[in-house]
Ligand binder design. Structure first.
Ligand code: ZN
Length: 110
């Protein structure tokens, strides 16, 4: 029944839950229950109280893979949309004006 976690470094209850760290990113930081003490600034794991917790390497690899997959998906969607737009584009606005009268200098008969 430890609803208020104590800082394992200084024992303060002035704890905030972290939602982003450089290591854990937005995916693993809330998942791993990382906390930060407002009194002394120590970072620790909320359940075990381990100071300066590290994100496991496989979690970082997974997050990189998720981000890469998302970027790839995004590029795929953009490529599909642009190809569809190029195929269905029959609007006369984008047709280049071909018959522009070019001023030609004719030799005068006089
Ligand atoms: Zn503390």
């Amino acid at each position: 029944m430890n609803s208020h976690p104590l800082c394992p470094a200084c024992g303060a209850t002035n704890i905030k839950k972290l939602f982003y760290t450089m290591q854990g990113g937005f995916i693993w930081t809330p998942f791993l229950n990382f906390m930060k003490c407002r009194s002394c600034g120590a970072r620790f794991q909320g359940q075990t109280g381990q100071l300066d917790p590290q994100v496991p390497k496989w979690m970082r690899i997974i997050s990189v893979m998720i981000i890469m997959g998302f970027i790839g998906l995004l590029f795929g969607v953009v490529a599909t949309l642009s190809s569809l737009r190029a195929r269905n584009d029959h609007s006369p606005v984008l047709v280049p004006i071909s018959k522009v009268p070019t001023p030609t200098r004719r030799p005068s008969p006089r």
